[in-house]
Design a protein around this ligand. Structure first.
Ligand code: SF4
Ligand code: F3S
Length: 388
């Protein structure tokens, strides 16, 4: 797939009215969203417009989506997202030719459709893998349509333009690979060792990280820059500990030592309760979960991070063990410490703002802004005369 040519000055390149109809958001909301996502990659306005064009383009890349050993958490996480609906946006952005959970049909006909799609779009489709691949006993522990997950993965990978492993199970084996790993479960990169596999780990992974990666692919025909574990750098470039709103308590030595104790009720650092934020790379503190806001993420609701997205930590390191602290130096700037009982009095600590502003914040901010603007769109419809 070649880089999409787009003339920013030529709005005929894209059809905003169609996007408004398809996504149910205004042009302003939509462009604001694209600008935020482009900023998350460190890209400018021209790239934002190219992404807008990619979304507006009715030609959508075909996607083959395989499920291995897993709980379907990544798909569930995608389907449970809200305004601006990632699920809507993603499903509108791609042509989902085969998905074992979402396909209405079942049986041999669906398998035939998959093979027809892979043949027809050879070298052009995006392969998404969800779930681990069991290697023990020739992979008999996971079969669909008569094929083991090993066979289905190898077959689909051969003709794929790009491969994305969505969720911790697909990225490095996840809970299935925890000792003693009786089925020999591994992630897609450990099985497809001759291929480049972009990984989006998490249990569940954040749908925004998937959306950003797919949007980049749809816009530029290639996958975004990744780290040595295959993770997009824009999403997994920083430790949770660097952006955690409880970090000032860590640096000040204020720790919860038991669930429900005074420190826990006051929102102090969860390090002594086994928090693995100091060794886990993810943008959860910026994006959060469930409607992207409101403090809903593990640490935000008072539970230590257990490193669900980090190979070698999640499902391997016991909760009671302390994390390796990779960064001892306090950041120059700290995030806002929210006061859950009294949001209006939330404190901005020290030189404020989030140290790892980078990327996740921007994509989260874009999404939240999109939601707010979407809300304003609704208000404007209900109260004509009051503009958004
Ligand atoms: Fe946040 Fe955990 Fe780091 Fe404490 S140890 S600051 S709770 S990430
Ligand atoms: Fe997972 Fe830790 Fe984030 S448990 S969801 S990586 S806070």
């Amino acid at each position: 797939m070649s880089v999409r040519e787009f003339d920013v000055a030529n709005e005929a390149d894209y059809d905003f009215a169609a996007v408004e109809r398809r996504l149910g958001v205004s042009r302003r909301t939509f462009l604001n969203f694209c600008t935020g996502i482009a900023a998350s990659f460190g890209l400018g306005t021209k790239s934002a417009m190219a992404m807008a064009a990619a979304i507006a383009n009715p030609a959508r890349p075909p996607v083959i989506w395989l499920h291995g050993q897993e709980c379907t958490g990544p798909t569930e996480s995608l389907l449970r997202s809200e305004q601006p609906s990632f699920e809507h946006l993603i499903l509108d952005l791609i042509s989902l030719d085969y998905h074992q959970t979402l396909d209405a049909g079942a049986g041999h006909r669906v398998e035939e459709v998959k093979h027809e799609a892979m043949k027809k779009h050879k070298g052009k489709y995006l392969l998404v893998i969800e779930g681990a691949i069991p290697l023990a006993q020739n992979g008999i522990f996971c079969k669909t349509g008569g094929q083991t997950m090993m066979e289905a993965t190898r077959e689909a990978a051969e003709g794929a333009a790009a491969i994305v492993a969505f969720g911790s199970c697909a990225s490095w084996g996840g809970v299935q690979s925890a000792a003693p790993n009786p089925t020999g479960a591994v992630g897609a990169p450990q099985f497809l060792t001759d291929k480049t596999v972009v990984t989006i780990p998490g249990c569940p992974p954040n749908p925004a990280n998937f959306l950003g990666t797919v949007l980049y692919f749809v816009t530029y025909g290639k996958l975004p820059p990744i780290d040595e574990k295959g993770r997009p750098k824009w999403a997994y470039g920083q430790l949770i500990h660097e952006n955690c709103y409880r970090r000032p308590h860590f640096d000040a030595g204020r720790f919860a030592t038991q669930f429900g104790d005074d420190g826990h009720r006051k929102g102090w650092c969860l390090y002594k309760l086994g928090c693995k934020g100091p060794e886990t790379y993810n943008n959860c503190p910026s994006l959060e979960f469930n409607n992207l806001g409101g403090g809903v993420w593990p640490i935000g609701v008072g539970h230590p991070c257990f490193g669900c997205s980090e190979q070698g930590t999640g499902f391997n390191k016991p909760m009671f063990s302390l994390a390796d602290v990779k960064t001892h130096t306090p950041p120059n700037v700290f995030p806002i410490i929210p006061d859950r009982q009294n949001p209006a009095s939330s404190t901005v600590v020290a030189s404020a703002a989030v140290a790892g502003v980078a990327v996740g914040v921007m994509i989260g901010a874009a999404a939240v802004a999109g939601k707010k603007l979407g809300d304003k769109d609704e208000q404007a419809k209900a109260e004509p005369g009051k503009g958004a």
